[in-house]
Design a protein around this ligand. Structure first.
Ligand code: GN1
Ligand code: MG
Length: 363
């Protein structure tokens, strides 16, 4: 069934490699993503974009294509084969669009799969953390001269703390008593952290932290590495839009420095790895330090803490909303994710001073 459907969608795109089989990739929480295997050595990524979550999908796809075009221009000095491994390539449809709309009203896009690449769900070496930092820093550096006004705001207020609090408060009103009770400890933690978690937002609103093009979903599984663990390319560019570096910095930290995955239920396994933080910051600042003010650098550790909190809050909110946003595999999946993120915040907070020293001392 799915194979037939995928074949018919794939046929809308302009290329001659014949689809023979597919694999569903399960790591994303929002879209449906398939690896397309063909009769040649060329593989593809076919993706159905979630239209419940994304309201302007043609605009979203246009964002991604524009940013890829920009990156390709900036990296034009690389040889063509290398360039294809460093920037996502979107395939047009026969009609010349960057997406296809199926009869059910769903939007699809097709990308060339980057051969011999790997992704990680957790990090197991400081080198991978360093390469991850370098790649995110490089992405922000390469997009620094991109005119953000060309991009639509894919999800308005995506990382806006006040908005996330409003959603949380709304969720408290609709949650069942059982869910409220199970979440009680974490609801209290949200209130305790409220003021501190608005500091970055206030700096953003006052213009002290400037808006620029950001990726907004820089978790480790969205960073592609080659077989030798060298960073290749940032993927999943759905949420590229104006934002602040602190959250791109922080979302990568959230997943690189967590000793477990964000779904890990055994909280004993969840801790903040400061060695990986150090390696990541080194890579990140090597690429971006010259563009950041001392004050922006000073707030990087708080950016990381705030980004982890945003995810803790969003998972908790979705749990209270009876799981309407993220894909879940079992009833308490969102609560477990939220607990995991709160545990990570606790472990990070114990090492916060050291984080501050590391980020300001790296040359
Ligand atoms: C979602 O679908 P995926 O896994 O790429 C979410 C991110 C979260 C992430 C948590 C549009 O990303 O914000 O950080 O889950 N994307 C959206 O793993 O909400
Ligand atoms: Mg994503």
């Amino acid at each position: 069934m799915i194979l037939e459907k995928l074949k018919s969608i794939y046929a809308e795109f302009s290329n001659t490699d014949q689809l023979i089989s597919y694999k569903q990739l399960a790591s994303g929480h929002i879209n449906d993503t398939f690896l397309i295997e063909t009769t040649t050595n060329n593989f593809y990524i076919l993706q159905q974009i979630n239209r419940g979550v994304f309201k302007d999908i043609p605009g979203l796809i246009n964002n991604k294509v524009l940013v890829s075009r920009h990156l390709r221009k900036k990296l034009g000095y690389l040889n063509p084969n290398e360039l294809k491994r460093r920037v996502l390539s979107f395939v047009e449809t026969i009609e010349g669009n960057n997406y296809c709309l199926d009869i059910d009203g769903n939007y699809w896009n097709l990308m060339i799969y980057i051969n011999d690449s790997v992704t990680f769900e957790t990090v197991n070496s400081a080198n991978v953390a360093y390469e991850g930092g370098k790649l995110i820093g490089d992405f922000l550096n390469l997009t620094s001269d991109f005119d953000a006004s060309q991009l639509i705001e894919v999800i308005p207020k995506f990382h806006d703390m006040s908005f996330r609090f409003t959603q949380f408060e709304e969720a408290l009103k609709v949650a069942s008593d059982v869910r409220l009770k199970k979440a009680q400890k974490y609801i209290e933690l949200v209130w305790c952290l409220k003021d501190e978690m608005h500091i970055i937002q206030k700096l953003k609103e006052s213009g002290k932290i400037k808006l620029r093009v950001t990726h907004n979903d820089t978790k480790i599984s969205n960073i592609l590495f080659d077989k030798n663990n060298k960073g290749l390319c940032v993927i999943d560019t759905d949420t590229i839009m104006p934002g602040i570096v602190h959250y791109d910095f922080g979302d990568a930290i959230r997943t690189i420095c967590n000793t477990a995955t964000e779904d890990e239920k055994d909280l004993e396994k969840v801790a903040f790895n400061i060695e990986y933080y150090k390696a990541y910051v080194k890579g990140f600042l090597e690429q971006l330090k010259s563009e950041l003010t001392p004050s922006a650098i000073k707030y990087l550790p708080l950016g990381a803490k705030t980004m982890i909190f945003i995810m803790a809050l969003r998972f908790l909110t979705d749990y209270l909303n009876h799981d309407i946003y993220y894909k879940t595999a079992y009833p308490e999946h969102n609560l477990d994710r939220s607990k995991n993120q709160f545990k990570l915040i606790e472990s990070l907070a114990d090492q916060f001073k050291e984080m501050e020293i590391i980020s300001t001392q790296i040359k």
